[in-house]
Design a protein around this ligand. Structure first.
Ligand SMILES: [Zn+2]
Ligand SMILES: [Zn+2]
Length: 216
């Protein structure tokens, strides 16, 4: 399989998710974010092809925040300088598509390859299929990404099977979170004030992480 370079990190992410219960695609996604940030503030920022794209697309608010926090002042200043020059020459492009972001586009493209390879492994390797099933949770954001990919990558019957299993998985996670948040809500009622909250204390944080992804 020519995509072996992707199967190694995918297997590693799913194996650790089977242990720690966190979303394996969140961990792959976080890795892509970190690599892309390092890439754009490292050697790549001097590459004319990359600079042309950063000049054109710019960055979203979330990625500006991450780049500013990375404290690579000179590379960031140079990228900003030429982006501003491009914008001053042609402000219409950004005015028409304010949301465009070089890093979102780059991370999204690599994430798409991860999705395609996860689907491929799910379909072709029974061993990976078992590992996939043993992972307790895949967040809703990444479940949606996998479902979107399965619709185009798999034959109709297999795609229906995949979507059905992802729906069942989502229903289970959502019901458990709903239950946990309900216990937390109830604790504000003075009649239940003495009940031990335990893990339900962090139910809102866990719900948010499930709904949109973990620290992304
Ligand atoms: Zn996730
Ligand atoms: Zn972005």
């Amino acid at each position: 399989m020519k995509e072996t370079i992707y199967t190694i990190p995918i297997n590693a992410a799913f194996e650790s998710a089977a242990q720690d219960g966190l979303c394996p695609v969140c961990s792959l996604h976080r890795g892509l974010e970190a690599d892309s940030l390092e890439y754009i503030l490292g050697a790549a920022m001097m590459e004319p092809d990359v600079r042309r794209e950063t000049n054109r697309l710019g960055f979203c608010a979330r990625h500006w925040e991450k780049m500013l926090a990375a404290q690579k002042r000179l590379p960031l200043a140079l990228v900003t300088q030429s982006h501003l020059a491009e914008l001053a020459r042609n402000p219409q492009a950004k005015l028409a598509d304010f949301e465009s972001c070089y890093l979102c586009a780059r991370v999204g493209a690599f994430l798409g390859r991860y999705y395609a390879n996860i689907i491929y492994l799910w379909q072709s390797s029974p061993e990976f299929g078992r590992l996939f099933d043993s992972v307790p949770a895949i967040c809703l954001r990444h479940s949606a990404g996998l479902v979107r990919c399965a619709k185009t990558a798999l034959p109709k019957k297999e795609s229906a099977r995949f979507i059905k299993s992802m729906s069942a998985r989502a229903e289970k996670s959502l019901s458990a979170l709903h239950e946990s948040v309900s216990v937390f809500c109830r604790s504000f009622d003075h009649r239940f004030a003495n009940e031990e909250l335990g893990e339900h204390k962090h139910s809102i944080e866990r719900a948010a992480a499930y709904l949109v992804g973990e620290k992304l």
